[in-house]
Design a protein around this ligand. Structure first.
Ligand SMILES: Nc1ncnc2c1ncn2[C@@H]1O[C@H](COP(=O)(O)OP(=O)(O)OP(=O)(O)O)[C@@H](O)[C@H]1O
Length: 623
């Protein structure tokens, strides 16, 4: 090999080895450099990891600080809200006590005023009497005096001088009479102011208004056979209940062998026997304005059998068919008058925006009967229905007949037809005693288009525009379709209408309760006795419901009777409720009258909270 290349193989290998050693050294150096770089990178990595760790901690700290801050903020908001609620409650409490104080103050003041006025009136009357006495004796004295002073004066001049003095006294008497009139006027004004304040207090508290009507003594009070109870039997009637003034009933309670005690009961209004149906209705009419303003209203007559409930609610009955007489308009009761008034008020509104439906129901022996339901021939006959509670917690009578009426006479015609089916039965107390509770309901639907809901509807121009819209879009068939039922909400006409319009329904319930009665007095037996027991039970269920509301119990036993279940919404605070207590003035019915007066007094104490107004749709202005 050396011979061919001329090189020593040992030196070639040495060279090769040297080369490899150099390359190895270079590599080793490179490794050292890379290791150094690696170490430096490791250091940097550790540094960044440290930094990242610190940042995470910081972030966590920040998170927890933020959470705490949020918690603190929430807590402070909650504390703030709690404080605000507490303050509001306190404000409400003080407002209530202020209102109570105000009413007490007002009652005190009115009592003082009343006392002052009465003393003034009495004083003036006494003065008048004394003056008259003095005047008469004075005339004589003056005549003598004139005679003595002017003995020479002719006798005809004596009289002239006396007449002159008389004139002076007449002027004085006239002055006194005028001041009496002024005082009386002031008293009347104060009374009106007090009544207005009392009414607003009643509104605020949601109190039940109670009016009491004392009927006159009637021939049947003394008629033989009308009093059967041995100890109560009297040949002549004796009046024991009086209207002391227009807010006070005075009852003379006497028992044989005991001194008589006078008891007084205060109500929002007390009617004496001489007060007419006109006067009674005049006090009820403002509630009907509320009805069209969006409040539900319920007027209910309560009292002993024969005390004048049906007379007050409907008017005098016709003997032959139990309908009520419409011949003498001045004798009409609250139900026909209220309907006339509702239609009068509606006639002042834009035409077509309201419509009225009627239902007539009687609660007899704890069963509900639809008095407007018709058979296949179109004849009305009472069909049994049931009362249920809807998902919203309201009471409803499924399949109940509602008839659309367009004027008061249509309504009267319908109600009279229904009334002929009402159960009556002669008792010893009352020859045409109603044996069922009658509930006449007027549902008023207000139709307005637009999306905005407000609380009033007064803008005349928009009302007129609305009127056009309503008459264009409100299907005629809806009004032509006279007979409907509570399931009518799904009728195609209604669906079509509700898409374009809003409807608000308000309800006027007019209730003629069956009379509470003492079995001994009414002398009922058999089926009539069963009726009496149902009547008395349902009336005591009504008293229980009022008691539960008054005591603000969590459970109100509406379902204990069909009557209370049916009237649940009105009695429970959904409506302005007026109880018209009817009482007989006769001694014979003293126990029953006292029971009714007690019921009225308890009803007055019920505070149901302010009655809510249904919000009326207000048309949107810009379209
Ligand atoms: N204020 C009044 N003026 C004149 N008559 C009256 C008055 N109140 C009632 N009456 C008469 O008294 C009688 C009994 O009245 P009404 O039928 O209204 O009693 P009621 O309370 O409805 O009795 P019931 O509960 O038994 O049906 C009737 O003949 C009625 O005309």
């Amino acid at each position: 090999m050396r011979a061919r290349s001329g090189l020593d193989p040992g030196s070639v290998w040495a060279q090769r080895l040297g080369q490899l050693e150099r390359r190895l050294r270079t590599k080793e150096e490179r490794i050292v450099v890379l290791e150094t770089e690696n170490a430096a990178l490791h250091l940097k990595l550790a540094e960044y990891q440290g930094l990242a760790g610190r940042s995470t901690n910081e972030v966590l700290q920040l998170y927890s600080a933020h959470g705490q801050q949020q918690k603190l903020q929430r807590r402070s908001v909650v504390i703030h809200l709690h404080g605000a609620i507490k303050r509001l409650k306190q404000d409400l409490k003080s407002l209530r006590s202020f209102a109570l104080e105000l009413s007490k103050d007002f009652q005190r003041q009115s009592k003082t005023y009343l006392y002052q006025v009465l003393t003034a009136v009495q004083g003036i009357q006494l003065q008048n009497e004394a003056m008259q006495r003095r005047f008469l004796s004075g005339v004589e004295k003056r005549k003598n005096w004139v005679r003595r002073l002017f003995p020479t004066l002719p006798v005809c001049w004596h009289l002239r001088a006396v007449l002159l003095l008389e004139k002076v006294f007449q002027i004085k008497a006239f002055d006194l009479e005028q001041s009496l009139q002024e005082v009386t006027e002031r008293y009347e004004k104060e009374k009106q102011k007090r009544r207005a304040l009392h009414n607003s207090l009643v509104e605020l508290r949601g109190n039940i208004r109670v009016h009491c009507r004392i009927r006159p003594l009637l021939p049947f009070d003394t008629a033989a056979g009308h009093s059967v109870s041995q100890d109560r039997q009297r040949n002549s009637s004796e009046k024991v209940a009086y209207a002391a003034d227009d807010e006070t009933v005075l009852v003379k309670c006497s028992r044989p062998g005991h001194a008589s005690i006078n008891k007084t009961f205060q109500f929002e209004r007390v009617y004496s026997p001489s007060e007419s149906q006109d006067t009674v209705f005049a006090d009820v009419a403002p509630l009907l304005t509320s009805l069209l303003d969006g409040y539900n209203v319920c007027i209910m007559a309560y009292g002993q059998t024969g005390s004048g409930k049906t007379y007050t609610m409907l008017g005098p009955q016709l003997e032959e068919n139990f309908a009520y007489s419409t011949e003498d308009a001045s004798e009409l009761g609250i139900i026909p008058r209220a309907t006339q008034e509702v239609f009068r008020l509606i006639s002042e509104k834009p035409p077509g925006s309201y419509w009225v439906e009627v239902s007539v129901v009687e609660v007899y022996n704890n069963e509900i009967f639809d008095l407007l339901a018709k058979d296949s021939c179109g004849k009305v006959f009472g069909v049994k229905r049931d009362v249920v509670t809807t998902r919203e917690g309201k009471s409803d009578v499924p399949l109940l007949t509602y008839e659309t009426v367009e004027n008061a006479s249509e309504f009267l015609h319908l109600v009279n037809k229904g009334l002929q089916l009402r159960v009556r039965h002669p008792t010893l107390v009352h020859a045409h005693s109603s044996r069922s509770h009658l509930v006449v309901t007027l549902t008023i639907t207000t139709v307005v288009s637009g999306d905005n809901f407000g609380t009033s509807w007064e803008d005349e121009q928009t009302s007129q525009r609305l009127n056009k819209e309503v008459s264009c879009t409100f299907p005629q068939k809806m009004r032509e379709n006279k007979s409907t039922s509570s399931s009518r909400a799904s009728s195609p006409a209604q669906i079509e209408a509700t898409e374009k319009m809003k409807q608000v329904k308000t309800r006027l319930q007019l209730v003629d309760l069956a009379g509470s009665e003492c079995v001994g007095m009414s002398g009922v037996t058999g089926a009539a006795l069963r009726e009496t027991s149902f009547i008395n039970r349902s009336l005591s269920a009504l008293a229980d419901v009022l008691g539960a509301i008054a005591e603000q119990r969590s459970h109100v036993p509406y379902r204990n009777s069909k009557l209370t279940h049916l009237l649940q919404d009105s009695v429970g605070g959904d409506a302005k409720l007026l109880v018209m207590l009817c009482i007989s003035p006769d001694q014979k019915y003293l126990t029953e009258s006292m029971q009714s007066l007690g019921f009225g007094t308890r009803a007055r104490q019920v505070q149901r909270g302010q009655v809510k107004k249904k919000s009326f749709p207000v048309p949107s202005k810009a379209k």
